[in-house]
Design a protein around this ligand. Structure first.
Ligand code: ZN
Ligand code: ZN
Length: 159
């Protein structure tokens, strides 16, 4: 009965990829098709131990972190993808075009990256960067809060 209902809803409001617009299965849990996900540039092993930027020539730290060790006010940062091309457009949609549902698509890879780089070893809290109250009201949500919530859910269910 639920599937029948979903088919009807999908007929009027088809589920499409938020990047390329291709149709997705009406049962799809994601709003990004596999082809688009594969096109995102994942940051792999060779990266700066502090800021997480890719290191194309190897080493432990990037030029900035080596030369200016106090440049960043954090101990360690990691990113899942390079901020470019279709991913960049998608993040801008997530932030400014009422696509709060994308938090689910970003939550899992963020959780997996944090786990891979041992962020959970000493962490007691996950705290999203607050959003200015006026922006929060205008946007209707704080994207960092949605992501923190998704990461927390994934972390809790994995234990
Ligand atoms: Zn797509
Ligand atoms: Zn660095």
């Amino acid at each position: 009965m639920k599937i029948f209902f979903l088919r009807i809803v999908n007929f009027f409001y088809p589920v499409t990829c938020s990047v390329c617009g291709d149709d997705l299965s009406f049962l799809s849990q994601t709003k990004i098709c596999g082809k688009c996900k594969e096109s995102f540039s994942v940051i792999k092993n060779l990266l700066c131990q502090k800021c997480g930027m890719p290191l194309y020539d190897g080493g432990e730290y990037c030029y900035t972190c080596k030369k200016y060790p106090k440049e960043y006010a954090f101990d360690k940062m990691r990113s899942v993808y390079l901020y470019k091309d279709s991913l960049r457009s998608l993040i801008l949609k997530f932030k400014y075009s009422d696509r709060s549902f994308l938090a689910k698509d970003f939550g899992l890879p963020m959780y997996e990256t944090m786990k891979l780089h041992s962020f959970y070893n000493d962490a007691e809290f996950i705290i999203p960067v607050p959003l200015n109250i006026v922006r929060r009201i205008k946007r209707g949500y704080n994207q960092a809060e949605l992501l923190a919530n998704e990461i927390s859910i994934k972390g809790t269910s994995a234990r």
